[in-house]
Design a protein around this ligand. Structure first.
Ligand code: KG4
Ligand code: ZN
Length: 336
């Protein structure tokens, strides 16, 4: 059929989300129920709580997505769901719901890779963006530099050797008492600080490597905080946030631009929760202008976890003929 309406489900971490996506990138609805308030008292996502909350929310979220899209179940052509990577118990809620619906409606089922979803979020608002391009995927669980060769075809040229970029934001945030999730809070506070105030390390690793490492930076920040406490010196949290953020962002930008040059790519995209970071967007924009490259990134709502991006990725899989059986399972460490 040339008209394809996809119902997409995303439950890989702490948002329960469902979306209705038409003909690839037309988002009819994108309902996101966030559990952040539940998890923040623990300083991070508690997997068991996440699974239970997904079970409570999933049916209502799906109903709302259909209602907002003004669609009945009969109008749905394909059921799509994130099946990895992520928290196994959380993923299973989405996968079980999707399988049940696909079976009951007798419609094709498509399992989607969460990172492929994040990358595909760029197609929603940039109809001109087409593979090949370079994508920097930076989220709470991943930091990848990816060549998007074609729809659904990727080559990972660099990845983090330890912490993900978003994880570093979250840990530093916790250390200065800002809480979870740290990214948006550090981003905001950094605007009031001096990014040159503290000289934190920038991990470039070996010459020519596209890999990342953020655990050394995280340790340097924690050491700095401890030293200040021992010396009874007052910490300027805004300066700390700005300097830490600068160390992350500088490396992300320089490695991405280098990769784009090396692979002769004129189009760069950002994806994942950290793509919401204002300093990253600004610095990357500037670097792209200087190098005559074009930068794309999704709106904030499509950067962090959402089902719309899963529906978009599923569409390109669908037209390629990808289908999954009812034996589809959650794969917590699914590879791209
Ligand atoms: O993509 P996402 O919603 O979930 C994962 O798949 O991991 O990303 C969440 C991560 C968190 O670590 C959060 O702190 C970070 O994205 N994040 C940010 C910003 N907004 C969210 N990091 C830096 N700056 C932001 N503005
Ligand atoms: Zn994500």
């Amino acid at each position: 059929a040339d008209q394809v309406t996809i119902l997409a489900i995303e439950t890989s971490c702490d948002e329960t989300s469902a979306a209705v996506v038409e003909n690839g990138t037309n988002i009819l609805s994108n309902v996101i129920s966030s559990q952040i308030d539940l998890h923040k008292i623990y300083g991070g996502v508690v997997p068991e709580i996440a699974s239970r909350k997904h079970i409570e929310k999933i049916n209502g979220v799906i109903e709302e997505a259909l209602e907002m899209a003004n669609k009945a179940l009969d109008d749905i052509d394909v059921i799509a769901v994130t099946y990895g990577p992520g928290l196994v118990g959380a993923l299973l809620v989405g996968v079980a719901s999707a399988k049940a619906m696909a079976y009951a409606l007798n419609k094709p089922l498509i399992g989607v890779h969460h990172i492929e979803g994040h990358i595909s979020a760029n197609f929603i608002e940039h109809k001109d963006l087409k593979p090949p391009f370079i994508c920097l995927v930076v989220s709470g669980g991943h930091s990848h530099l990816v060549i998007v060769k074609d729809y659904g075809e990727f080559e990972i040229i660099g990845k983090t050797r330890d912490d993900a970029a978003g994880e570093a934001f979250d840990k530093v945030s916790r250390a200065i008492g800002l809480g979870y999730p740290g990214g948006p809070k550090i981003d905001k506070l950094a605007k009031e600080g001096n990014k040159k105030a503290i000289d934190f390390p920038k991990a470039y690793l070996e010459e020519g490597s596209y890999d990342f490492s953020f655990s050394g930076l995280k340790s340097a920040v924690l050491n700095y905080i401890n030293q200040c406490k021992m010396k009874d010196e007052k910490i300027n949290n805004a300066d700390l946030a700005a300097s830490f953020q600068e160390s992350v962002v500088e490396v992300l930008v320089n490695k991405t631009i280098k990769a784009a040059k090396d692979y002769n790519m004129k189009n760069i995209a950002l994806a994942g929760g950290v793509a919401a970071n204002s300093a990253l967007r600004e610095k990357m924009n500037k670097a792209c202008e200087e190098n005559e490259m074009k930068l794309h990134y999704p709106s904030l709502v499509y950067c962090t976890d959402n089902a719309a991006m899963i529906g978009v990725a599923a569409y390109y899989d669908y037209i390629k003929g990808v289908r999954h059986g009812y034996d589809l399972n959650a794969v917590p460490n699914l590879k791209l």
